[in-house]
Design a protein around this ligand. Structure first.
Ligand code: ZN
Length: 292
């Protein structure tokens, strides 16, 4: 089963997204080769970015979730375009902590205290930037707090990543439920009841269930319809041409300095860990481009 998001509209005024992202998070885990707690934290943020990205309107729009914390991971960045093509990276992929007493990965300990930044680049002069403090460091709760504080939207969010013994990803996904201003009391209490009895995203999916099952589990009682099925993937849009552009943007003077001092340059992409190498000949031809 590939990764996808269900967009759902319920009776009584709620909107929901339910995602399965095991392949995408598995790809991220493989690229970054992080510890289980790092893969889980990165996977949760990538899943959230995929879901929030699905609400972007235009092709060039970009959503970035940036967590900065004082824990051993240091921070995580995840971005998504409107097609839920995501990419991300941890600051320190080797961060490790003992499991919590309940046997779960200590994501909040690994992130520590800090802030969540939500950046929406909608092609306007200035990007939209919203910031909220981390309230739990488990990411889902931090996003609920962000939506309440910055966007005045009541929501329920669950995110989960199950890392196997060999560090591969067994299951991953999440749900966002948002109440519309016209949500009725009956719907709200029905949702509170079903969410109150819900264990976790990972235990739900680990039993072989799908987003369709989760939609039924949450919303069968109030009535719902699936309005979209959206693909999710890990996608890095870097390339040699973009690396050349970055070097050209340094300007002639800086490029001449690099040629004189190092005779070569390597540009590293944090998102897919690709390296782009430029030797003296490459750099000189870029310099000629600039001076043309
Ligand atoms: Zn890349």
């Amino acid at each position: 089963m590939g990764d996808f998001i269900l967009r759902i509209s319920t009776n009584g005024g709620a909107l929901a997204f339910i995602a399965t992202t095991a392949n995408t998070v598995g790809r991220a885990a493989k690229i970054h080769g992080g510890t289980p707690v790092v893969s889980a934290a990165l996977g949760r943020l990538l899943t959230a970015a995929a879901i929030m990205g699905a609400s972007l309107k235009n092709d060039g729009d970009l959503l970035t979730l940036n967590i900065k914390g004082d824990g051993p991971i240091g921070g995580i960045v995840a971005t998504s375009d409107r097609f839920s093509r995501v990419k991300g990276y941890p600051i320190n992929r080797d961060a490790d902590l003992p499991l919590k007493p309940n046997g779960k990965l200590d994501i909040s300990g690994a992130l520590g205290n800090g802030h969540l930044h939500v950046i929406k680049d909608l092609g306007l002069k200035e990007p939209y930037i919203g910031t909220a403090p981390l309230v739990s460091g488990e990411i889902a709760e931090d996003l609920v707090n962000y939506f309440a504080v910055s966007e005045q939207t009541p929501s329920a969010i669950g995110l989960g990543v199950l890392v196997d013994r060999d560090y591969t990803i067994k299951s991953a996904g999440g749900f966002f439920i948002q109440l519309l201003p016209n949500a009725d009391d009956q719907t709200i209490s029905a949702l509170e009841r079903v969410l109150g009895g819900f264990d976790s995203v990972t235990s739900f999916y680990d039993g072989g269930k799908t987003p369709y099952d989760m939609a039924d589990h949450f919303f069968a009682g109030i009535g719902y319809r699936i309005t979209d099925v959206l693909p999710v993937s890990y996608h890095c849009n870097c390339g040699r041409q973009r690396a050349e552009k970055a070097l050209v943007s340094l300007g002639a003077e800086e490029l001449e300095k690099i040629i004189a001092e190092d005779k070569k340059a390597t540009l590293h992409c944090h998102f897919c860990r690709s390296d782009y190498d430029f030797d003296e000949g490459d750099l000189n031809s870029l310099l000629r481009e600039i001076k043309k």
